[in-house]
Design a protein around this ligand. Structure first.
Ligand code: URA
Ligand code: SF4
Length: 269
C-alpha cells in the first residue's frame, strides 16, 4: 500500500472511531463511517449518498456557522507583587516543581506522583481533563491510560499531534478510586491551572468533561447545556466536550465529541 493510501486509511479509521460524517470519494462511493462496522474503505459495500451537498468530499464544512457565545469567566489574576511563589513561577517547569511538593489539599496523601501536565510552551491548544487516573499517578504524565489513548486519536483526527498540545487536568493529584474531585480540592488546586493558562496563552481551550468545564467557567451548568457554545476564560475561547473516559463507556457520544473538536479546530489560527 502506498503511503498516501495508508494515511487515508488511518484518517478514515479515526473518523470512524469518532463517529464522523461519511466521506464521499470522487467516484461517488460513500465510505460512510458514522455507524462504524469496522470495515475499511475498500472492504465496504458501495452506498450512494443522497446528499448532493456532500458529494465534493471532505467532512469539514468551514462554512457552517460557529456556535453562539456562552459564558465569559474572568477570575482575578495573581498579584504580580504577591509573595506567593505561584505568582513568581514564570515557567511551566517552575510551576511543576511547586506542584511536586504541594500539600494544599488531602489529595497529596494518596498520590504516587503529581501530574502537573505536559506539552510545549507555544501550544495553541490546551486540553483540560479532570484529574489523574491510575496510570497517570504511576507515571506522572497526563492522559496516558486508556482515556489518554483515545484523546491522542481524537487530536490526530483534527490533525493535531499530541506533542503539539498542552494537556493537563483540573487537579494535579489522583483522587482515591478515581472519584470526582471535591469542591475544596478543586479550589485548592485551580490556581495552578489558571497560572498554566496565563503562561501558555493558548488560542483555544478544550474542556473535556463536566469538572473541567464547570471549573473553567465557574458554573454549575451541565455539560449538555455547556456544549455547542463558545465560552471564554480570560478572553480565550473555551470549547466544552465529553471526557474521553465517558466516551469509552458510551460510544454514542463520539459523534457529538467529533463535532465539538472540529469547532475547536476551526478556532485555531
Ligand atoms: N482522566 C483525566 O481526566 N485526566 C487524565 O490525565 C487521565 C484520565
Ligand atoms: Fe496540591 Fe493540587 Fe495535589 Fe491538592 S491536588 S495536593 S492542591 S497539587
Amino acid at each position: 500500500m502506498s503511503d498516501g493510501r495508508a494515511l487515508a486509511r488511518e484518517f478514515l479509521e479515526q473518523q470512524r472511531l469518532l463517529g464522523g460524517d461519511p466521506v464521499i470519494l470522487s467516484d461517488s462511493r460513500t465510505v460512510g463511517l458514522s455507524d462504524g462496522d469496522g470495515a475499511l474503505p475498500s472492504e465496504r459495500p458501495t452506498v450512494r449518498s443522497s446528499d448532493a451537498a456532500r458529494s465534493d468530499g471532505p467532512t469539514v464544512r468551514p462554512t457552517d456557522p460557529l456556535p453562539p457565545s456562552g459564558i465569559s469567566y474572568d477570575p482575578p489574576g495573581g498579584d504580580l507583587f504577591s509573595a506567593d511563589p505561584l505568582h513568581q513561577a514564570a515557567s511551566l517547569d517552575a510551576l511543576a516543581a511547586l506542584v511536586a511538593t504541594c500539600t494544599k489539599c488531602r489529595l497529596c496523601e494518596g498520590r504516587r506522583h503529581t501530574v502537573p501536565g505536559e506539552g510545549p510552551r507555544d501550544a495553541r491548544l490546551v486540553v483540560v481533563g479532570e484529574g489523574p487516573g491510575r496510570v497517570e499517578d504511576q507515571t506522572g504524565r497526563p492522559f496516558v491510560g486508556p482515556a489518554g489513548e483515545l484523546l491522542t486519536k481524537i487530536l490526530a483526527a483534527i490533525d493535531l499531534r499530541r506533542d503539539h498540545v498542552f494537556i493537563c487536568n483540573v487537579v494535579k493529584c489522583r483522587p482515591p478510586e478515581n472519584r470526582v474531585p471535591q469542591y475544596d480540592e478543586i479550589a485548592a488546586c485551580v490556581p495552578y491551572l489558571f497560572h498554566q493558562i496565563d503562561v501558555l496563552k493558548p488560542q483555544v481551550i478544550l474542556a473535556m468533561g463536566g469538572t473541567a468545564a464547570q471549573t473553567l467557567l465557574n458554573t454549575k451548568q451541565s455539560l449538555g447545556t455547556l456544549r455547542n457554545q463558545i465560552h471564554r476564560f480570560r478572553g480565550i475561547p473555551v470549547i466544552v466536550t465529553y471526557h474521553p473516559a465517558a466516551l469509552l463507556r458510551n460510544p454514542h457520544w463520539k459523534k457529538p465529541t467529533w463535532d465539538d473538536v472540529r469547532i475547536a479546530r476551526r478556532l485555531l489560527a
